[in-house]
Design a protein around this ligand. Structure first.
Ligand code: CP
Length: 318
């Protein structure tokens, strides 16, 4: 009898049609994606980084908010798997003439497509669209709600560098209130058994964060001390209706991560992560962003493998 390959076995275990958030995934589903991504990580290092796994599939990138990493990463992931890709620039689409997002997606679907990767400034848009189309929907960031593939690539990077997630001390620092990355990371890390601390100005800390099973500290030294990983977040000025701190200098003084602060409080081999884009000199100094413990560009590279895994697993419609 023929033995099934590891990849087809993984696909057979996968049951979800959409990827809407990490909250919806089990620990086993997260691990399935991470393990699948390990194989794809090897493929993207090859001289010809392409496999025919999604030949014949069509994937649409529908980004209604700016993006550099996520959009490019999804497009590359689809191309590495031999899918056809279409990018829709919302600013040049009929959305500008008043067409609804639902009509946009249903019209695209009429042209026979298989998946839609959606980024939107409103929380819940991916879930809404998943009820309007037969295509698989992938959340590429919805408002301050979730950014599931960012969390998956973050935990993949931690596991790659530190060998495990269970028992790791991970501190997430910055604008927690507006961060979909923070929320998705907390879901993923807690499901995988890490100890999570969140830190930032009180004005950027949602109420009742402890109910997500995290430690909340307002002293940056305490957040850094004992951490295996510092995941430093961008201050999201575009989502703040009124300024939430007196000024950039104040923020840097109280919460900025720089070489001096790391030398004073951090474990000597702490991993420095950031989802990007970085406000250099604000949440991260130049030397911390580019220093020997920074794995920020590795996160970006791993993002392609992780997104290949997501597209591959979702490509069998349930
Ligand atoms: N991390 C992230 O979502 O980056 P982009 O906004 O550039 O996609």
């Amino acid at each position: 009898m023929k033995r099934r390959s590891k990849t087809s076995a993984a696909r057979a275990q996968w049951t979800k049609k959409h990827l809407l958030g990490i909250e919806d995934l089990t620990k086993e589903e997260i691990l399935l994606i991470l393990d699948q991504a390990e194989g794809f990580r090897e493929i993207i290092e090859r001289a010809i980084p392409k496999v025919p796994a999604l030949r014949g599939k069509t994937i649409v990138n529908l980004f209604c908010e700016p993006s550099t990493r996520t959009r490019t990463s999804f497009e590359l992931a689809a191309k590495r798997l031999s899918a056809d890709t279409v990018n829709i620039a919302m600013a040049a689409s009929s959305f500008q003439k008043g067409e609804t997002l639902k009509d946009t997606v249903r019209n695209i679907e009429a042209m026979k497509i298989d998946m839609v990767i959606i980024r939107h400034s409103s929380a819940g848009v991916p879930k809404f669209l998943s009820g309007c189309t037969k295509a698989a929907i992938v959340n590429a960031g919805d408002g301050a709600h979730e950014h599931p593939t960012q969390a998956l690539l973050d935990v993949f990077t931690m596991r790659k560098h530190l060998g495990r997630i269970e028992g790791l001390n991970v501190s997430i620092i910055g604008d927690i209130a507006h961060s979909r990355v923070a929320r998705s990371n907390i879901w993923a890390l807690k499901k995988l058994g890490a100890n999570v601390t969140v830190s930032g100005p009180k004005t950027m800390m949602p109420a009742r964060m402890e109910e997500m099973g995290v430690r909340v500290v307002y002293d940056i030294g305490a957040a850094i001390k004992g951490a295996d990983v510092l995941n430093v977040l961008r201050i999201q000025l575009e989502r703040q209706e009124t300024p939430l701190f007196p000024g950039t200098r104040e923020y840097v003084k109280c919460f900025g991560i720089d070489k001096e602060r790391l030398a004073k409080h951090a474990k000597k081999d702490v991993l420095i992560m950031h989802p990007g884009p970085i406000n250099r000199g604000v949440e991260l100094s130049q030397d911390a962003a580019d220093g020997e413990y920074s794995v920020i560009l590795d996160q970006v590279k791993n993002g392609v493998a992780v997104r290949m895994a997501v597209l591959f697993l979702l490509s069998v419609s349930k």
